[in-house]
Design a protein around this ligand. Structure first.
Ligand SMILES: [Zn+2]
Length: 173
């Protein structure tokens, strides 16, 4: 990327306007610095600006050039300096890096919990609202296929894992 591209991608018109003292309101309008503006006539988008009164328009580099009376290249240099952009550190790479926040895969225990929640609610429903026969059936079924034993072993294993992972704070204190 050349300097113009780096600045265009790295600095929005709005950021530049505000940095150079042009206050942009929440409707993206500002008092136009290019004519004697009494009501905000300057529309400031991210990638361009346009004045409805005097017709001045352009991108962020045009903005700085016009504002400071600089040639375009000098305006781009000034923006690069003010916003700490260098060819070695293109903004797209920096922005990418910022967006590339490590999203860790969910803990497998969380997935397991989600998976088990439906089933648990189903059984809870029966245990809470079912008649005695239905409740007995659930308990019997859970005991019969060793589900309760399996659950107990699983919980013990999870507890052990938590201690290894440092989740268990009881011992730390
Ligand atoms: Zn204007």
């Amino acid at each position: 990327m050349n300097l113009f591209e780096i600045v265009k991608y790295g600095v929005s018109c709005r950021d530049a306007a505000e940095r150079y003292g042009v206050e942009v309101n929440r409707y993206s309008m500002a008092l136009c610095p290019f004519h004697n503006d009494r009501h905000p006539s300057l529309y400031v988008a991210d990638d361009h600006y346009y004045c409805f009164a005097c017709g001045e328009h352009g991108d962020v580099i045009d903005f700085a050039a016009k504002l400071f009376g600089l040639p375009l290249y000098a305006a781009a240099q000034r923006l690069a300096a003010d916003f700490h952009l260098t060819p070695d550190k293109p903004p797209s790479a920096a922005a990418l890096h910022a967006k590339c926040v490590q999203t860790e895969a969910p803990d497998e225990r969380f997935i397991e919990a989600c998976h088990n929640l439906d089933q648990t609610e189903y059984y809870l429903d029966i245990l809470c609202t079912g008649d005695s026969y239905e409740r007995a059936e659930v308990i019997q079924q859970q005991m019969a296929d060793g589900e309760l034993d399996r659950l107990r072993r699983r919980l013990e294993k999870i507890h052990k894992e938590e201690i290894e992972d440092g989740y268990d704070t009881a011992d730390v204190a």
